[in-house]
Structures are given as structure tokens and as C-alpha cells.
Design a protein around this ligand. Structure first.
Ligand SMILES: [Zn+2]
Length: 180
């Protein structure tokens, strides 16, 4: 699938805006992310912002369960920053799909916004296949679930706990919570 223009859609996700910034202007990049977070923190459908190394900024709108950054050219997604929100109804950190996307497309950074939470992931470890990433996520999720059963402490945010677990066990993974 290849895309790039306003109105392009896969039926679920649509490109609503494309504009240009200077990717090397860190303040401009941060302002885009901050603006997105403020706008969509409590949205009831998923939105995404893709900032490519060439400085192209795509705004995407999905639906109540998904927004698909893969409608952007995969060459453009490489080393991009992808930011999206999770609707407050099921607000939690990175899903298995979000986590796999990072490795599948070789992203530079991925952010997820849900309510007043802002989580960021980066990775500077050895290159791994997205299938390996999926398996690591699955394993961490199992550990977190087992731990919850043993300690009888209920898991409120399963994906957040899984990310915390991964950040302890996965070499090169940087996971940041609430940087604001
Ligand atoms: Zn997500």
C-alpha cells in the first residue's frame, strides 16, 4: 500500500492533513507532539501523527479501535516519529500491535497518549525482527499476569505493566512514562 495525500484512506484510517516542518528543529518537532497530546488526550477515537525524517507531518484519523500508520509509505515511516492516542474508554499503554509496529517499520520513536498519560518508547539495541518483538511482548505479558496471580494484586493497566516489565528485561529498550 502506498499513500501520501490528504483524503487517502484504507477504509478505516484517513490522512486529514500533510504539512512540512524542519525535522532538525527539535522545538518544532516537540511542539507538534505537544499539540497532538493536548488535542487528543481525551478523544474517543484514535488519531495519529507521523513525523518523517524529511520533515513531512501527516495527521491521521482512525476509528474507536484503531488508527493505522501503515497507510503512509513504508520508506517514509523508516526512522519516523509516530504518535497516537488511545481512547479514554480503554486507556492503556502500547498494545502488542503498537510495539510490533516500532520494529516492523524501524521507527525512531513512538508515543502513546491516553488521558493524562504520555508514554514514549525508543530502542537502541541490536536490530530484531518484528516477530521477535511480538514474542518478547507476549512473554512479558505472561510474566506480568503470573505475577499478578501470585501476588493477588489485580492488573489495572496490563499493557502499561507489560511495557514496564519489558523495559527491565529487554536490552536497548527505553520506555518513558509521563515526561510532562
Ligand atoms: Zn495503539
Amino acid at each position: 500500500m502506498s499513500s501520501g495525500g490528504v483524503g487517502d484512506t484504507d477504509g478505516y484510517t484517513i490522512i486529514t492533513d500533510v504539512r512540512q516542518i524542519d525535522f532538525n528543529d527539535e522545538a518544532a518537532v516537540m511542539a507538534e507532539i505537544e499539540q497532538f497530546a493536548e488535542t487528543y488526550a481525551y478523544a474517543d477515537i484514535e488519531h495519529a501523527l507521523v513525523i518523517t525524517p524529511a520533515g513531512k507531518v501527516y495527521s491521521l484519523r482512525g476509528n474507536d479501535v484503531v488508527v493505522n500508520p501503515n497507510i503512509i509509505n513504508h520508506e517514509e515511516l523508516f526512522r519516523s516519529i509516530v504518535v497516537h492516542n488511545h481512547p479514554v474508554e480503554w486507556a492503556d499503554s502500547f498494545s502488542p500491535q503498537d510495539f510490533a509496529l516500532f520494529f516492523e517499520r524501524g521507527l525512531l520513536r513512538e508515543d502513546v497518549i491516553f488521558g493524562n498519560q504520555h508514554n514514549i518508547m525508543r530502542y537502541d539495541g541490536i536490530v530484531i525482527d518484528s516477530s521477535v518483538a511480538r514474542e518478547l511482548y507476549r512473554n512479558a505479558f505472561q510474566e506480568v499476569r503470573q505475577n499478578a496471580m501470585q501476588t493477588q494484586i489485580p492488573l489495572e493497566l496490563e499493557q502499561l505493566e507489560t511495557m514496564r516489565q519489558l523495559s527491565k528485561t529487554m536490552k536497548g529498550l527505553v520506555f518513558i512514562e509521563n515526561p510532562r
